[in-house]
Design a protein around this ligand. Structure first.
Ligand code: HXC
Length: 548
């Protein structure tokens, strides 16, 4: 018991160590190693390990808003909950005099702790030790913690700040990376994997975060790229800064690789804590449910007026989402990438839900390549971790254009369709306005296994918009008419009367209920409650072949 040892250290009358009888013999009065000395040795080792690479390097690291690897863990985890593993591990490299340079921990701090009381496994790369570079031993430490996360069914969070493969070690460090990546694949869909890029992440090292479920980046201090600006300049003669090539703005707006761009280290760590609240520990757990003080039956008169009379007039679907969910709290993912589709987490009556929504304010809510990729990956993530999907649909179709067709919108759109169809979590869909053509099918329709499908009275479920439809099927009639414009208007009105409503679909059972917008919250919560015990078995040994 440490308390006993502590007491003995200062106790002048100390003669016989307590609790260590095997190393102590009264007869020959030999003491193999006094426990006080052992304790001191341990304390000294701990002190040295905690000092890491020293004050000077730590101060360099702390320039700006950057924190040290340990400070990051302290902020990420509940106070006092961090327990370190492998503090004394050092590298085994003997090239380039490396045997003379050992720093305990070898550039990564690993262990476990709690976030809002929930167990998580963590590693935090320490840039002050060999630039946080990946040695074979660093990789082994990370793999050990990933294995523990897997066995214990808890999320793994990696805080990345590293110059990449430890150059002095050569292929053994590459082997370490490869083993980590394989482990990433093994853990995929079993426990949530979260990566925060808090410094450099370059070369093949980017693939471990790319394989994880969430990527956070810190503005102005993190970057990710396969080949850096110098290599690019040499090969393609393009000149670009690190930030423009692979900074947080680039990856949250252009490539869509990262989910969040955070102001600084602290905000990044707080965001991870918020995210964890929505996720279960593993694929067999339900996501954590929270107490809900927001009344289930809360009605919103505002929602009865949110859909504009004119079909082409945009409105902000996020206003609708926030009006419906608990306490208006919506954690949006990839906010600035493919903003024509919205993805994120919210709660309904305390249940964690994933939200997918077309955004009429951007590209009229059309689905394009980026939107398909963004939403399909999100739906699969929710399916992995038992988070029901609520879809809000207002979609005029797929975005037309040669760049879309030549960029394989067919394959990418099929991804979205596939993701909805294969998902076995509860799927609740609400059509607020347009649901045209293939996009109607794709967006969580009954045909893809939607469990409960609602529509507002303003819903228009049709093959296409009325004007487009009339131009196709009545082309000759319009051309031959004495007043084509009047004829077109008349036929458009007729088409609208027949199809620009939810009732044809409701007659066919494709829509389960047409609801008053003001009742949206209670209706969706009711559907969620209904589907709590949903069971849908996959075919044995089925491993589908999603169009990638
Ligand atoms: C060993 C490294 C290192 C590395 C940095 N250091 N990267 N040591 N292996 N990969 C050491 C430096 O020698 C230095 O040690 C300390 O870390 C801090 O580095 P600085 O260069 O002083 O820091 P800074 O100016 O901030 O520059 C950071 C950096 C730069 C941009 C990351 O260090 C750099 O370019 N490093 C090399 C990046 C790289 O090419 N990595 C390999 C990528 S390929 P001292 O003792 O002076 O403090 C790869 C393949 C992975 O990773 C494949 C996986 C499949």
């Amino acid at each position: 018991m440490p308390g006993v040892f502590l007491k003995n250290k200062t106790d002048k009358s100390f003669s016989k160590p307590t609790g260590l009888s095997s190393s102590y013999s009264e007869e020959n009065k030999t003491v193999s190693t006094p426990p006080v000395q052992k304790l001191q040795e341990l304390r000294e080792k701990n002190k040295i390990a905690l000092a890491g690479s020293g004050k000077e390097k730590r101060n360099k690291q702390k320039a700006g808003d950057r924190l040290t690897a340990r400070e990051r863990l302290n902020l990420l985890l509940d106070p006092g909950s961090f327990k370190e593993i492998d503090r004394f591990v050092t590298h085994r490299c003997t090239h380039f005099d490396m045997q003379k340079n050992h720093i305990a921990g070898d550039g990564v701090i690993t262990g476990h702790g709690k976030i809002n009381g929930k167990k998580v496994f963590v590693y935090s790369q320490d840039f002050t030790v060999f630039g946080g570079s990946m040695s074979r031993t660093q990789a082994d430490k990370i793999i050990k913690i990933m294995d523990l996360a897997l066995k214990n069914g808890a999320p793994i969070i990696g805080l990345k700040d590293s110059g990449g493969a430890r150059i002095q070690e050569g292929v053994s460090s590459l082997g370490g990376y490869g083993d980590i990546m394989r482990k990433n694949v093994l853990l995929s869909g079993v426990v949530p994997q979260i990566s925060a890029i808090m410094g450099p992440c370059a070369g093949g090292a980017v693939y471990s975060p790319a394989l994880s479920d969430f990527i956070f980046m810190v503005k102005n201090s993190s970057y990710m790229f396969l080949t850096g600006p110098d290599v690019i300049k040499a090969v393609t003669h393009e000149e670009i800064s690190k930030e423009d090539l692979g900074g947080s703005k680039t990856h949250t707006e252009k490539s869509g690789i990262a989910h969040f761009a955070c102001q600084n280290d602290k905000q990044c760590l707080m965001m991870i804590r918020t995210l964890i609240n929505f996720l279960p520990g593993n694929n067999l757990d339900d996501p954590p449910r929270q107490d809900c003080k927001d009344p289930i039956e809360r009605r919103s008169e505002m929602l009865n007026h949110i859909i504009p009379e004119q079909a082409k007039k945009p409105y902000d679907i996020k206003t609708l989402i926030k009006e419906v969910v608990d306490d208006s709290f919506f954690l949006e993912l990839k906010e600035n990438f493919a903003p024509n589709i919205i993805t994120g987490f919210a709660r309904l009556n305390g249940y964690s839900v994933g939200i997918v929504a077309n955004q009429p304010q951007v590209l009229a809510g059309c689905i394009n390549i980026s939107a398909s990729i963004k939403a399909s990956r999100f739906i699969r993530l929710c399916d992995c971790f038992n988070i029901p999907i609520v879809s809000f649909v207002d979609v005029p179709g797929f975005l037309p254009g040669t760049d879309q067709e030549h960029g394989a919108v067919i394959t990418h759109g099929a991804k979205l369709l596939y993701a909805y169809a294969e998902a076995r979590i509860p799927k609740i869909t609400l059509i607020t306005r347009k649901a045209y053509g293939g996009a109607y099918i794709v967006m969580g329709s009954k045909h893809l296994g939607g469990d409960i499908n609602f529509a507002y009275p303003s819903a228009e479920i049709a093959v296409m918009g009325a004007e487009g439809a009339v131009n196709v099927i009545f082309r000759k009639q319009i051309q031959n008419s004495k007043s084509p414009d009047q004829e077109r208007t008349k036929l458009t009105k007729e088409y609208e009367t027949i199809f620009n409503n939810p009732y044809r679909a409701a007659e066919l059972g494709y829509i389960d209920a047409v609801i008053e917008p003001s009742h949206t919250r209670e209706q969706i919560i009711g559907a969620l409650e209904l589907l709590q015990n949903k069971r849908e078995k996959a075919l044995e040994k089925k491993h589908g072949n999603i169009p990638l």
